[in-house]
Design a protein around this ligand. Structure first.
Ligand SMILES: Cc1cc2nc3c(=O)[nH]c(=O)nc-3n(C[C@H](O)[C@H](O)[C@H](O)COP(=O)(O)OP(=O)(O)OC[C@H]3O[C@@H](n4cnc5c(N)ncnc54)[C@H](O)[C@@H]3O)c2cc1C
Length: 333
């Protein structure tokens, strides 16, 4: 276990904002992770868990306690089941599955960050989400001071949400188990833009490799793959979730999808754009990505305060113009 002092959070997060950390602890396996969390809790030091730092807005004031960086690695396969250590980079897991002829997560290629963070907001893209394949999440429960295994029902997965997110800080993910399909073909493609790119009908399947490659290509075109040479990827991905509203609350012209139970999911990107924040809107050192109005990006010199104030201006404009409340996707620490 390595402990370092005064490392800026900006160096550990993709938005590259955030001040110095009192103690940064890098852990390389599940038992070190539990030990580091127990130590911080017993000493009463504030604790922040970080994987890839790709979904947090870190505070300018820094962190007055322990930041535990989860760097545990390992993918264990038994037939169609895999169990993945929390620190394993998610995109490597997708590559592993595709290479080994395991279907179910191929559309989630290119999402930055660690596997342990995927159940937290039920990571999803291009018609798939991890809730479709997760069978168990091994956690350390800080309330009970013990390890346990959560079933998918106990994880309470919803759209970009879970119990792990709704009870912030309680559950430390140690590993995640998935059940995939032993197949060289993808699961039915459920996203129109991806189906078009593959030249297939919605609901058809395609070779796993082709689906992964098409997703990576689509994501690169939107600056949604981390790339130090691409300033549009200096972001936390989508900054707002697609709002779910009662079906009666139609917004003229806004793309929408049925969200069950008499509700509609509205396109947050459309709302942001039509509230006056089109692609490439800049304000100081922050703004919307030049290729995707939903991704907020930073430039060197940006602060979390500046970014959150910009996000608040977007939220107010969308509320004002359309009467719809936007919800931020990243964790504002
Ligand atoms: C360019 C870009 C594109 C993106 N595209 C997508 C997308 O298509 N779909 C999508 O869903 N997301 C997307 N994201 C968001 C992000 O990649 C995911 O949410 C990812 O799962 C975050 O992983 P992380 O390891 O970086 O988490 P972090 O940012 O380190 O942490 C996120 C939250 O999870 C908690 N956490 C981290 N590790 C653990 C753990 N082991 N146990 C318990 N809690 C933990 C943290 O405390 C924090 O609250 C994108 C981000 C970027 C920068």
């Amino acid at each position: 276990m390595q402990v370092r002092r005064d490392v800026p959070l900006a160096d550990l997060t993709t938005l590259a904002v955030g001040g110095p950390i009192d103690r940064l602890i890098e852990v390389t396996d599940a038992s070190e992770l539990v030990e580091a969390v127990r130590d911080a809790d017993e000493a009463g030091r504030p604790l922040l868990l970080l994987g890839g730092g790709s979904n947090v807005v870190a505070p300018d004031a820094g962190w007055p306690g322990d930041v535990v960086a989860v760097r545990s690695r390992g993918i264990e396969r038994r037939g169609a089941a895999i169990e993945v250590q929390a620190g394993e980079p998610w995109d490597d897991v997708v590559a592993f599955a595709v290479t080994h002829g395991l279907a179910g997560i191929e559309a989630l290629a290119g999402i930055p960050g660690s596997t342990g963070a995927t159940p937290v907001q039920n990571v999803g893209a291009y018609g798939q989400e991890v809730a479709q394949t997760i069978t168990a999440v091994r956690v350390f429960d800080r309330a009970e001071k013990d390890e346990c295994t959560l079933t998918p029902a106990e994880c309470g997965f919803a759209y970009r949400d879970s119990r792990l997110k709704r009870e912030p800080g309680r559950f430390v993910v140690l590993s995640v188990a998935f059940r995939l399909d032993e197949s060289a073909q993808s699961r039915p493609v459920g996203y129109a833009e991806l189906a078009r790119r593959l030249g297939i009908d919605l609901g058809d399947t395609a070779p796993l490799d082709d689906v992964r490659a098409a997703v990576l290509e689509l994501r690169r075109g939107k600056g949604m793959v981390l790339d130090p040479a691409d300033p549009d990827s200096r972001s936390a991905g989508s900054f707002f979730t697609n709002p779910i509203v009662p079906a009666a609350q139609v917004v003229e012209g806004c793309p929408s999808w049925p969200a069950g139970d008499g509700h509609l999911k509205l396109s947050a990107a459309w709302l942001v754009q039509h509230a006056g924040f089109g692609r490439g809107t800049r304000d100081g050192h922050v703004g919307t990505s030049s290729r995707h109005s939903l991704a907020l990006t930073t430039e060197p010199g940006a602060t979390a305060t500046e970014l959150l104030a910009f996000a608040d201006r977007i939220t107010a404009a969308v509320q004002d113009r359309f009467g719809v409340t936007l919800v931020k996707e990243p964790t504002a620490v």
